[in-house]
Design a protein around this ligand. Structure first.
Ligand SMILES: Cc1cc2nc3c(=O)[nH]c(=O)nc-3n(C[C@H](O)[C@H](O)[C@H](O)COP(=O)(O)OP(=O)(O)OC[C@H]3O[C@@H](n4cnc5c(N)ncnc54)[C@H](O)[C@@H]3O)c2cc1C
Length: 170
């Protein structure tokens, strides 16, 4: 987003923009919500990142080992040093299910699922295909979470499935 906003307005004779990312694949995370319900498939949410980078951008696919702000530089995993005048950090957020007691005690992605990762959303989609109905709790963990409204959306999206599987629900 930052790259696509900045690139057209910065004078190319004065600015050199470099983007560093560790993965070639872009995961459209809001789409993860729809995978368990078969609205999206796992493949629908994966695109090559390079398709979204404006021309003229220097692209480096590498993990960043560390930032040294006092030196205005970042160090890549392969020890390459990149100097900068301005640095924008957008390293995202990762889920930490191991920090909620019991979540990862053997049933993770078997009958306890997340839909905040591709693996979680796809395994939940498989589970819903064979689920015969029953009680289903949605657990909201400690903030911050990637999308605070998604658990509500998930519950609403689930209603048609529950209506099919459990008699008596209106
Ligand atoms: C189920 C779900 C539903 C959502 N719904 C919405 C919605 O409706 N509306 C909305 O606005 N948002 C929604 N979000 C949130 C939205 O997806 C995220 O806020 C957004 O993707 C964050 O973008 P980002 O670029 O900051 O981080 P990310 O997309 O996570 O990208 C971070 C990038 O940094 C890279 N990176 C991290 N560490 C390093 C390193 N050390 N070296 C190199 N590269 C590194 C990663 O490889 C990754 O490519 C939802 C999220 C989920 C999971």
């Amino acid at each position: 987003m930052m790259l696509n906003k900045l690139s057209p307005v910065l004078d190319k004779s004065e600015w050199h923009i470099t983007i560093v990312d560790q993965h070639e694949k872009h995961y459209y995370q809001p789409g993860f919500l729809f995978i368990p319900f078969g609205i999206y498939s796992c493949n629908d949410v994966i695109k090559p990142k390079r398709d979204f980078f404006p021309s003229g951008t220097e692209v480096i696919m590498s993990e960043i080992d560390r930032i040294e702000p006092a030196e205005n530089r970042i160090i890549l995993n392969n020890k390459v040093i990149l100097n900068y005048d301005y640095l924008i950090i957008a390293t995202g957020a990762r889920i930490k299910p191991e920090e909620t007691e019991g979540l990862k005690d053997g049933l993770w992605h078997k009958n306890i699922f997340d839909f905040y990762t591709l693996e979680g959303a796809c395994s939940l989609a498989d589970f819903f295909k064979r689920w015969e109905g029953g009680k289903n709790d949605v657990n909201i963990t400690e903030m911050p979470i990637k999308c605070p409204v998604a658990p509500l959306e998930f519950v609403f999206l689930q209603i048609p499935i529950l209506q099919k599987k459990v008699s008596g629900i209106k």
